[in-house]
Design a protein around this ligand. Structure first.
Ligand code: SF4
Length: 329
């Protein structure tokens, strides 16, 4: 496979939970060995909605720790904080000058979020322009995305096309979505998406006891009212989690025992808990080591931001020149 440049961002929501891990980060750890990857904690995106300023820096730090502990390695990829590379905001403005307002107003995510707020900030409307800047700054050609972000990616491609048409044929590649096999993980309630604000998550670094305590009451296929009732693994979130944490042989066995009522849901969850604890133990140990050495984490982030900035400055210099801005010599 030819190596391509990949960019992806994650909100600074503190420590990762298993939903973020299976839905994105586990895949990033794979991608870093296949492509030229940049992974960014997007703190500038986080401030486009009401947020707690006194908590943002520690949430950003914890997310960086999570990413390093999950296996992202600065020797294989670049992991950095968005606001540490000021060129993101500069390109945001330069791209805003070619972005049609109507396209921004039509974005579904904007309409949903704006409806829930009394006063809507310009930053929320312009969010996709900053997203385009994040990716185009590094001329990334692949963006790992979930289905809910495909519309933003299409707008990103449109912004690249418009800028290219005006200032430089094919200067920016039109980024392609990199859709992955990862499944959408529901929360432990089996209803909503796994999310910290809903309290239905398992943190990536939780203790074995805590993992088991949370899995025990988690929702399963409601058709399995008693031990003797067969179930349908495909509609059970516990089965989805097995697909994320258990080896293929076990996944096959789980499906078969579920369909034939060969075991109870608690037996099934115990096997899942054991596999989850086994996979997450080294991550938990790495996270503890990073937390004992915050200066080391900041140094990693600084080194990565320096490398990102070097790439970003090359793009910005070319963009400024093509857009006719006087050189600051
Ligand atoms: Fe879900 Fe496992 Fe129970 Fe089947 S046996 S319903 S997969 S928890």
């Amino acid at each position: 496979m030819t190596s391509k440049r990949v960019f992806s961002g994650i909100q600074p929501s503190g420590e990762l939970h298993i939903g973020n891990y299976l839905g994105a980060v586990q895949n990033w750890v794979r991608l870093q060995t296949q492509h030229d990857c940049l992974f960014c904690v997007v703190d500038l995106h986080a401030i486009t909605q009401p947020y707690d300023a006194s908590a943002l820096s520690s949430l950003t730090f914890d997310m960086a720790v999570s990413l390093f502990a999950a296996g992202l390695d600065p020797d294989k990829c670049i992991v950095f904080v968005q606001s540490h590379v000021a060129e993101h905001t500069e390109l945001n403005w330069l791209l805003a000058s070619v972005t049609p307002l109507g396209e921004l107003e039509r974005q579904t995510q904007y309409k949903d979020k704006a409806q829930r707020q009394e006063s809507v900030a310009l930053g929320l409307l312009a969010y996709p322009v900053l997203q385009a800047a994040d990716v185009l700054l590094y001329k990334a050609s692949l963006v790992p995305v979930g289905e809910d972000q495909v519309q933003h990616l299409e707008l990103m491609r449109e912004i690249a096309r418009r800028w290219n048409a005006r200032y430089g044929d094919r200067f920016f590649p039109e980024p392609q979505p990199l859709l992955t096999k990862t499944k959408r993980v529901l929360g432990l309630d089996g209803k909503a998406k796994m999310s910290k604000s809903l309290g239905n998550t398992i943190g990536l670094f939780e203790s074995p006891e805590s993992i088991w305590e949370k899995l025990k009451p988690a929702a399963t296929d409601p058709a399995r009212k008693t031990r003797k009732d067969p179930g349908t693994p495909e509609i059970c979130n516990i089965f989805t989690l097995h697909q994320g944490f258990s080896p293929p042989d076990t996944v096959t066995e789980v499906a078969q025992k579920c369909r034939t009522a060969g075991w109870g849901c608690l037996d099934c969850k115990r096997v899942l808990a054991d596999n989850m604890i086994k996979e997450l133990a080294p991550l938990r140990e790495r996270a503890a080591a990073f937390k004992r050495d915050p200066a080391g984490v900041l140094q990693r982030l600084r080194g990565c931001a320096d490398r990102a900035r070097t790439l970003a400055q090359r793009t910005i210099a070319d963009v400024r020149e093509r857009m006719g801005l006087l050189k600051n010599v």
